[in-house]
Design a protein around this ligand. Structure first.
Ligand SMILES: [Zn+2]
Length: 366
């Protein structure tokens, strides 16, 4: 992801820090100045922020490692000032698996809170009350309230994440439970509406308090909920249709010895952008991706032969393949066009633009 740096890696999952994370330390400095804390106070607040984000990382690993247990890979974990996100490569198949994956995060924070509790009993049993914590001002001794603050923050993290509003963990738990009864699509729709309602409420609270941080979180929640809805929508389209529903049986045949001009002229008509390339025995020997045609235009080399540009990498697909399989193949292998074959006969082609247009169209008519 853009604007991030790798800070660590565990179990094959990289943790990346977003540049805006640096803003937190500006905030610490601002608060420190505001409260006349001095360098020592600021260092304590800074270490508390770092400790809190370590807990956020553990929370995300709670999700990621549980997902791994169910065979779902995690692309990475991204940390920004408003929290962390474990980006799973796909959704787990069974609702109960999503339930466990979602619940694992808040459980980690509850676990941390419980594990830290004995420390304050040993170190400062009499000093800690909730009111000392809430008065985290210049008069509080930061060293004394470091662990209690961390406990309260972890409890807060667990509780906030359990709010049943998508895309918070509570919303995912809510969706998983709904999915068992109404299927993933309708469950996501319901959870998204509840989530966006919560985000709007939170934004109003933020505006009322004049708290920028709350407003930022509400915006993040609102758009993440929408994004998840779109993702589930696209997944549904992709699994409901197969190659035979959308392939083209008419397509321009380009031969290896043809000049690039042929593909250029064809692509300028606007329908076909990528092409299959044949030899004189009418066998496919490669493909001409859209990028290669553009390259030939830029190089002003329309007379050069197609064979100089083609990529020999391609594979045949079956009319019964689901669009989900095809899209994954295109994204993973970088294919922009695929030939369709059934019982040894070439039936037609499916290209990237055709697939994207089809998804767009289906989304509009739903
Ligand atoms: Zn979480």
């Amino acid at each position: 992801m853009k604007g991030t740096i790798n800070i660590l890696q565990y179990s094959g999952i990289p943790v990346r820090l977003h540049w805006s994370f640096g803003l937190i330390f500006l905030w610490v400095f601002y608060v420190g100045q505001h409260w006349n804390m001095g360098i020592e106070g600021m260092l304590w607040i800074g270490s508390l922020v770092i400790a809190l984000f370590l807990c956020v990382i553990l929370h995300e690993f709670g999700h990621a490692l549980t997902a791994k247990h169910f065979g779902v890979k995690t692309k990475d974990i991204i940390l920004s000032p408003i929290g962390g996100v474990a980006r799973l490569e796909s959704l787990p198949q069974k609702p109960i698996q999503e339930f466990y994956i979602a619940a694992a995060g808040p459980l980690v924070n509850l676990g941390i809170a419980v594990a830290l509790y004995p420390i304050i009993l040993i170190v400062s049993p009499s000093h800690w009350t909730l009111s000392t914590l809430l008065k985290l001002g210049p008069e509080a001794n930061p060293a004394l309230i470091f662990i209690p603050s961390l406990i309260v923050l972890n409890l807060g993290l667990a509780l906030f994440n359990l709010v049943p509003a998508f895309p918070l963990d509570g919303g995912r738990i809510f969706r998983a439970l709904l999915s068992i009864r109404m299927g993933k699509f309708r469950a996501t729709k319901t959870a998204t509406i509840v989530g966006q309602g919560f985000a709007i409420l939170l934004a109003l609270v933020g505006l009322y308090l004049g708290n920028f941080f709350t407003i930022a979180i509400s915006l993040f929640l609102y758009f993440s909920a929408r994004q998840e809805m779109q993702y589930v929508q696209v997944q549904k389209i992709l699994t409901s249709f197969t190659v035979k529903d959308i392939y083209r049986s008419h397509f321009k045949k380009i031969y290896a010895q043809d000049p690039m001009q042929l593909a250029i002229t064809e692509s300028q008509k606007g329908v076909e952008r990528s092409f299959l390339v044949f030899n004189l025995a009418d066998e496919i020997i490669g493909v001409l991706h859209e990028e290669f045609v553009l390259e030939a235009i830029k190089e002003k080399a329309p007379e050069r032969l197609t064979i100089d540009y083609l990529s020999p990498k391609f594979e045949y697909i079956d009319p019964a393949d689901s669009l989900k399989t095809i899209l994954e193949k295109m994204q993973k292998e970088g294919y922009s066009i695929l030939p369709i074959r059934s019982e040894g006969k070439l039936l037609g082609v499916l290209d990237r633009n055709g697939l994207y247009n089809f998804i767009e169209l289906q989304r509009k008519i739903r």
